[in-house]
Design a protein around this ligand. Structure first.
Ligand code: F0G
Length: 371
């Protein structure tokens, strides 16, 4: 019988703080595909795999951390959870809280989150407040509310989130039989960068992997506090998920970089969108812009000579393209892609497609047997 994936808390119960007393709240997250990307391997000379986190239940990697955070919140008796979000955390918190039968409160920067994510939080019955400020303001308020009111914080400053998210590294080691040489990942609060480093480190410690990969993290140029070495007061990028000026896990991320021989780089929005197009058109994986920065980071590092030929690399792409689909309709030189409109007419459509009729007698047999 086919194995039914049970969600990360049950699949990795031996490596997470879950006990008989933990009420497991799961939507079946994790177990995501690790996809060989031939087009990226050809382009870079490395052996490239893409960990597609967009196929999680709410369309992003946040679900790995949220199953843990909401389960532990219930274990501690919480009746309500709160988070600040650029969109994906709020979608995930709302869905898992709904499943658990508790209330989610989400604070998002007004007008700055993708429509798909806003819709998810509302669909899952969260109390959603749009704050007249940026993500960093939202996080500060969420932390203060959680400190003084009966609401449980489920941002990645809550260690349960990092613990759940580290399971992605377990899956990669299992799929490849070892850790990769280099891991590329988008960076906002740097919680996921920290989580993968922890996951890989644990795999090496228990002997399942022979190495910990070098962790390469990428921020958008207009929103790159870790690269710049100081907070960014007004972060700007089309990659709204990572529009963060003062990352919550900054210190942990620097420790992880130093421990793994890692790297932080900045990528501008044009390169993010070019990588977004390439991943969609040449690999067949549709992601949101923030996720495409992993691909852009790989291309930039490969061009810089920092990715040895033949090395095995994994890129995490964090969120599904359907959350923020408008970017696919952006033409490379600017303007909107306008799909061609045609009449209900076979000959005219064939003409528009540049198709020539088959020579007489060379036609495929008619499957319906009409001849
Ligand atoms: N990619 C996507 C699609 C994200 O939504 C986020 C973070 C990141 C990457 C960066 O992960 O913060 O752990 O470094 N989104 C958060 C949110 C901030 O509210 O959804 P990180």
């Amino acid at each position: 019988m086919a194995h039914q994936w049970l969600g990360v808390l049950r699949e990795y119960a031996d490596r997470l703080d879950v006990t008989e007393a933990t009420p497991i709240v799961t939507l079946g997250e994790g177990g995501t595909p690790l996809i060989p990307a031939a087009a990226l391997s050809r382009r870079t000379g490395a052996d490239v795999y893409v960990k597609f986190e967009g196929v999680n239940p709410t369309g992003s990697f946040k679900d790995r951390g949220m199953t843990m955070a909401i389960s532990k919140a219930l274990e501690h008796g919480a009746k309500a959870v709160i988070c600040a979000s650029t969109g994906n955390t709020s979608a995930s918190a709302a869905a898992y809280a709904a499943h658990a039968g508790i209330q989610a409160v989400v604070l998002v920067p007004e007008g700055r989150i993708a429509m798909g994510k806003l819709s998810q939080a509302i669909a899952h019955n969260a109390q959603l407040l749009q704050v007249k400020g940026n993500f960093d303001d939202c996080l500060e308020i969420a932390r203060e509310l959680a400190a003084s009111y009966p609401v449980h914080l489920v941002n990645s400053v809550n260690n349960d989130r990092i613990e759940g998210q580290k399971t992605a590294a377990f899956e990669i080691v299992e799929a490849l039989g070892d850790a990769p040489d280099i891991h590329f990942i988008p960076v906002g609060n740097a919680g996921n960068y920290t989580a993968y480093t922890r996951g890989y480190t644990e795999e090496a410690e228990r002997g399942a992997a022979t190495r910990v990969p070098r962790m390469f993290g990428f921020q958008a140029s207009g929103s790159a506090p870790i690269v710049l070495g100081h907070p960014v007061r007004e972060p700007e990028t089309i990659a709204s998920a990572i529009r963060i000026g003062n990352p919550a896990s900054w210190e942990l991320a620097l420790q992880a970089r130093d421990a793994t021989g890692g790297y932080f780089g900045a990528i501008d929005d044009d390169r993010i969108l070019a990588a977004h197009r390439m991943l969609s058109a040449e690999v067949g994986i549709f992601v949101e812009p923030a996720s495409a920065i992993s691909v852009a980071g790989l291309l930039e590092r490969a061009d810089a000579g920092a990715v040895p030929a033949g090395s095995r690399v994994v890129l995490t792409v964090t969120g599904h393209g359907l959350k923020d689909p408008q970017w696919a309709l952006r033409a490379p030189g600017g303007g909107e892609v306008q799909p061609t409109v045609v009449p209900v007419d076979v000959a005219e459509i064939a003409d528009v497609l540049g198709l020539r009729p088959l020579e007489h007698g060379t036609a495929q047999p008619d499957p319906a047997g009409a001849a």
